[in-house]
Structures are given as structure tokens and as C-alpha cells.
Design a protein around this ligand. Structure first.
Ligand SMILES: NC(=O)C1=CN([C@@H]2O[C@H](COP(=O)(O)OP(=O)(O)OC[C@H]3O[C@@H](n4cnc5c(N)ncnc54)[C@H](OP(=O)(O)O)[C@@H]3O)[C@@H](O)[C@H]2O)C=CC1
Ligand SMILES: N[C@@H](CC=O)C(=O)O
Ligand code: NA
Length: 371
């Protein structure tokens, strides 16, 4: 029996989106890409035939393909109506960090459109949105996969879901959850003090250049990205965390720069003025060194105590966390079954290719169930 056609819409062609489209173009039986959008522009396969589809490997030139329909930014209702009218099941891949798009997931899901995404906003904002997303998926018989919302492509969400679904009791989750902050501290405050002496702001610029940061790097430096990831994990572990603001978060943003606007110009101003505050981070690093330790940015969830913590902590130089390299995350799951030796997931926790791997793998899981 031949596989049923599945239609695909993709929103966002930045670092993750571009890597995802490359991976999509190499799949042996990809779904038909019928919608591709960035913030100001949308490409569509002409309805009602929904053919020809957009070639994911040539998406950049699809703009000049006469048979492809071009439009500006479409509304949520227009996208939902277009995808749900396709002659088969459809999947929307959201490769943006847009909270407004994330808050529209229930609209898509109720119409039978499955969601695959690395965008944390839908799963880590108000608890009511989290509940609405999964209730809407049940109502629309649609699917939701979001592995890359925590630990990029590392199997973090799937591992935790498997632990919970098989009846294990998760007691504690802890580790390094930010690829950007891991990279920053591994370079800025290495275990061997004869290592780099690059100023903090220079390493921040490097992390941005490498595609590790959020579109607005302040979302990494203020601890919110880590808080969002912990909110997602805590909810899967069974805690009703109301929002990522429900617990204290240690910010690394100098107070003088905290009120710059959340606009491209605000990001630019922040990056330009950050070098003026390098001494603040140097002091934190040197205080740790005086105690023979290194400083790292970590998070933890104590499930029985319903306690979530996010912030800086000192570590012995021979500890696993101090020894991380590059953008590595390390996430330890303490459970009843695993006892004193936690189940540990470790590896690159940021970057276009590894994040897109999680998105593409999620898409394959969705396709297996939809075809
Ligand atoms: N980078 C990483 O290592 C990781 C990223 N993620 C998540 O992946 C997502 C994407 O990150 P990344 O690729 O780095 O971000 P980028 O800033 O590189 O790309 C974002 C893309 O989204 C588009 N976009 C933003 N808002 C909208 C909108 N409302 N409608 C249509 N398009 C929109 C942008 O459009 P335009 O091109 O027009 O600007 C751009 O193409 C984020 O949610 C991030 O948190 C998760 C894990 C790791
Ligand atoms: N900016 C994030 C990207 C992945 O979620 C990080 O650095 O971890
Ligand atoms: Na992951």
C-alpha cells in the first residue's frame, strides 16, 4: 500500500530553518512542502491543486519560480485554512521564536494540522496555553512534537516522556541547559586558567555569530531561555508550573542595559554597549578562581519539593559540569529506577544543524503516524 500524501508548511528560515530545509531535501520520502514563510514573505503551492510543491533544496530560488504563488505575511487563519484544505494530512513546522505564532498552535491543532517545532514559547508560557495545546491536539486528532525545545537535538524530551510513561518516578532533573551559556563559560572561565582571556562581551558576540544564541541574545543572558526549558521539563514531570516567571531567575544582563527595547536596534545597542560592563563578569570569574573553583550557569528541578532553580553556581574543576566543552549541555535525570546513578544525556545543546536534527527527527515520527 502506498503512503498517504502529507503536506508541509514551514515558517522561519533562519539558522535552524535553513539547516532543517537542507535535511528535508535529503529525506528519501519527504512530505510535500507547500508553504514556506519568513517574516515578510510567503511562498505557496497554488491552491486548489497544491502542486507543484516547493523544492526544499532550492527554496531560496523558489521566489523566482513562476508556478509558485508569492504573498506577504499571512495571518494565522489564512495559514490554517490553506494547510487544512490540502488534500491530505498536514504538518506545520515552526522554526521561529515568535510567541504569537506559538499561541496560535491550538487553532492549527483543532483543524487537524500537526505541529513540529523548536520554538519554546508555546510550551513554556502561561500554563493555560500548554493545556490548550494538548487538549486541542486531542480534539483535532493532530500531533505535537517539540524535542528541540530542550537540549536542541539531544533526546531530552523523549527520554523524560519515556521515563514518565513507563511509570518511573522522576525525583530530580539538573544540569546545564543552555548551549550559549555553556559555550560562554567554557571559553571565558575555562578549567585551566592559562586558557582564553577573551573578554565576556567578545565571547557573547562569538556565540551569536555561531548561531547558538536566541534571535535576541538577551533571552539567553537573562536566564529566561533556561527558565523556559526547565518549565517545559517540570510540566512533563508532572508539576503545574504556572509560567517561567514563577521561580527566581539569575540574570547576567547589567542592570544599566536591562531597559533597552526588544527591537533589532535594541539588540544592536546592547551588543555595542556590553563591552563597557565586562569587568562585572571578570569579577565573578575571579571570585570563583580564588576558591579554586569555576563558575557555571545551571538549573535544577526538585520534583517532590516542587522547586525550580536557575542561576550561577560554583563547581570543582574536576566535576563533569566544569569539564564540558563547546556548547555542550549535560542533563541528569534522577529517578526511582535509576537510583543514585542518574540517567545522563550530554552533547551539543545549540547550533543550527543539531537543532534541525531534532526537528527533522520529530517530523519523521509524525510522518510515521500520519501516513
Ligand atoms: N539556534 C539554536 O541553537 C536553537 C534554536 N532553537 C529555537 O529555534 C528557533 C529558531 O531559532 P534560529 O533559527 O536560531 O532563529 P533565527 O533568528 O536565525 O531565525 C528566525 C526565523 O524566523 C522568522 N520569523 C520570525 N518571526 C516570524 C513570523 N512571525 N512569521 C514568519 N517568520 C518569522 C525569521 O524571518 P526573517 O528571515 O524574515 O527574519 C527567521 O527566518 C527559536 O525558537 C529558537 O529558540 C532551539 C534550540 C537551539
Ligand atoms: N539559545 C539556546 C538555543 C537552544 O535552545 C541555547 O543557547 O541553548
Ligand atoms: Na532535545
Amino acid at each position: 500500500m502506498s503512503a498517504k500524501p502529507v503536506y508541509l508548511g514551514v515558517i522561519g528560515v533562519g539558522g535552524v530553518g535553513t539547516a532543517f530545509l537542507n535535511q528535508l531535501s535529503r529525506l528519501p520520502s519527504p512530505p510535500q512542502l507547500i508553504l514556506l514563510a519568513r517574516s515578510t514573505q510567503t511562498l505557496l503551492s497554488p491552491a486548489p491543486a497544491y502542486t507543484p510543491s516547493i523544492a526544499p533544496g532550492d527554496w531560496a530560488t523558489a521566489q523566482s519560480t513562476p508556478s509558485i504563488t508569492k504573498a506577504g505575511a499571512l495571518s494565522v487563519d489564512e495559514i490554517a485554512s490553506y494547510l487544512s484544505s490540502a488534500p491530505g494530512r498536514s504538518v506545520l513546522v515552526d522554526n521561529t521564536s515568535d510567541p504569537a505564532l506559538a499561541s496560535a498552535y491550538p487553532t492549527f491543532l483543532k483543524k487537524g494540522i500537526s505541529i513540529v517545532t523548536p520554538n519554546k514559547k508555546g510550551f513554556s508560557s502561561d500554563l493555560s496555553l500548554w493545556k490548550d495545546i494538548f487538549a486541542s491536539a486531542a480534539q483535532g486528532s493532530s500531533l505535537v512534537y517539540h524535542e528541540s525545545t530542550v537540549g536542541a537535538g539531544l533526546p531530552v524530551i523523549s527520554t523524560l516522556k519515556d521515563l514518565v510513561a513507563t511509570g518511573d518516578e522522576v525525583t530530580r532533573i539538573e544540569g546545564v541547559f543552555s548551549g550559549t551559556l555553556s559555550f560562554l563559560f567554557n571559553i571565558f572561565a575555562p578549567v585551566s586558567s592559562s586558557g582564553s582571556s577573551a573578554p565576556w562581551s567578545q565571547v557573547v558576540a562569538q556565540a551569536k555569530e555561531l548561531g547558538y544564541t536566541e534571535p535576541d541574545p538577551r533571552d539567553d543572558l537573562n536566564g529566561m531561555d533556561v527558565a523556559r526549558k526547565l518549565t517545559i521539563l517540570a510540566r512533563i514531570a508532572g508539576l503545574d508550573v504556572q509560567s517561567p516567571e514563577s521561580f527566581p531567575i539569575e540574570s547576567l544582563i547589567p542592570s544599566e542595559l536591562a531597559s533597552l527595547p526588544s527591537t533589532p536596534d535594541g539588540i544592536q545597542q546592547f551588543m555595542t554597549r556590553l563591552p563597557g560592563f565586562d569587568s562585572q563578569m571578570t569579577r565573578i570569574k575571579e571570585d570563583a578562581e580564588k576558591n579554586g573553583k569555576v563558575v557555571r550557569y545551571v538549573g535544577s528541578i526538585d520534583v517532590p519539593k516542587k522547586e525550580v532553580k536557575v542561576g550561577l553556581q560554583l563547581f570543582d574543576k574536576d566535576s563533569a559540569i566544569a569539564g564540558l566543552k563547546g556548547s555542550d549541555n549535560i542533563i541528569s535525570f534522577y529517578t526511582k529506577r535509576y537510583g543514585a546513578n542518574p540517567l545522563i544525556v550530554q552533547g551539543a545543546g545549540a547550533g543550527g544543524d543539531v537543532t534541525a536534527m531534532g526537528v527533522t527527527a520529530d517530523l519523521l515520527k509524525a510522518l510515521e503516524r500520519l501516513r
